[in-house]
Design a protein around this ligand. Structure first.
Ligand code: NAD
Length: 346
């Protein structure tokens, strides 16, 4: 174990598991339980190097601490990575993963992440109750977090437009959306309903063209979307898309979208600031999904109470924008500082 990894950021504990009967290997990293049980999804991924799963678990769990704190949730931050191999996921393995979670006695609560589905959560739930994101009936909180994420991004994007462009609505505001999957397409529909002008793109060109036909907007090839002259660029596909080169080419006043880890490096937050582009920190604006998942886990309410919590996303973003302007620091730095204070790590 590379104990000297910089990514060990005062994590409370890190657990390595191996299940003898199924061969399942997993890491569960608990960054903070200061605000409540460490919540964060399980990632099922084939890793190249030996250190990669640990680095991923450490970084992602720290990110969840910040995200949950800034979402105002009574939950800490954690993350699980399950090492994908040729033997697949399988029910016995998912149950083994459930037993691993159960052995932590509620310090860690899992949910979906890359490679995991709500059906997987149902199998895991046979062995532990510390699991969320289960399939649920229509109208209840829980289930697929995409719609809640999209609504939160929509509200946050409007707050950024208000702050940067002084516009109280999005009528006629041009938004370029990169990726129109679960979140991006729902975001596009919210924006179209309020009269925004849209340009959409997706690596799956037929998907982008279908949405463009539905909403009567333009679609462009995926490689062009970051150069479209627009008021807002909304990344809803991949992480690390904001780097030195793409920021130099970006022709938008605001960046506000759902993708996780949008900045390739911390220096890119500085670059956006010095170019005068207002960046809505990703883990603040895309918290709708975790708010949905946490509300389900805590049994605290229904779709209506989720909407009430989503309404706080624009307020939080506006507070970050104001501090950033006052202190001349990038918005991502301000958000990290606020989050660290909330979890008692400043
Ligand atoms: P998704 O898989 O449903 O959609 C992603 C879309 O992006 C797909 O249509 C895909 O074809 C497209 N895409 C991939 N590479 C692209 C590229 N280079 N250019 C343009 N399009 C590309 O995923 P999603 O659930 O909509 O999530 C989108 C992003 O938001 C991801 O980064 C995800 O981590 C993040 N996010 C999602 C949620 C949620 O609740 N689903 C919550 C928080 C953050």
């Amino acid at each position: 174990i590379p104990w000297n990894l910089a990514d060990f950021d005062a994590h409370e504990d890190v657990h390595f598991f191996h299940d003898r009967s199924t061969g399942l290997r997993a890491i569960i990293a608990i960054h903070s339980t200061h605000l409540g049980p460490a919540a964060g999804g399980a990632r099922y991924w084939r890793y190249a190097g030996d250190d990669e799963p640990l680095i991923d678990a450490l970084r992602l769990s720290r990110g969840m601490s910040y995200k949950n704190a800034m979402a105002g949730l009574p939950m800490g931050g954690g993350k699980a990575v399950i090492l994908r191999d040729d033997d697949g996921k399988g029910e016995a393995r998912l149950e083994a993963f459930g037993r691993m979670i159960e052995s932590l006695g509620g310090r860690y609560v899992t949910a979906e992440d890359v490679g995991m589905t709500d059906e997987d959560m149902r199998v895991i739930a046979r062995r532990t109750r510390h699991v969320s994101g289960l399939p649920v009936a229509e109208g209840a909180a829980g289930g697929n977090p995409g719609p809640a994420t999209a609504l939160g991004v929509f509200l946050g994007l409007k707050a950024a437009v208000r702050y940067k462009l002084g516009r109280l609505d999005v009528e006629g505001v041009h938004v370029a959306i990169q990726g129109v999957g679960s979140v991006g397409a729902a975001l596009a529909r919210h924006l179209a309903a309020e009269g925004a002008v849209l340009t959409v793109a997706d690596a799956d060109e037929a998907r982008a063209a279908g949405l463009a036909a539905e909403l009567g907007c333009k679609s462009v090839p995926a490689r062009e979307i970051m150069r479209v002259a627009a008021d807002v660029f909304s990344p809803c596909a991949l992480g690390a898309i904001l780097d030195e080169q793409s920021i130099a080419e970006l022709d938008a006043a605001v960046v506000a979208g759902a993708a996780n880890n949008q900045l390739a490096t911390p220096a890119d937050g500085e670059r956006l600031l010095s170019k005068g582009i207002l960046y809505a920190p990703d883990y603040v604006i895309n918290a709708g999904g975790i708010i949905n998942v946490a509300t389900e886990y805590l049994g605290q309410g229904d779709a209506e109470s989720v909407r009430g919590k989503l309404a706080q996303i624009p307020e939080r973003l506006t507070a970050i924008f104001e501090q950033s302007e006052r202190r001349g620091l990038p918005t991502d730095r301000i958000a990290d500082d606020m989050a660290r204070r909330l979890i008692g790590r400043d």
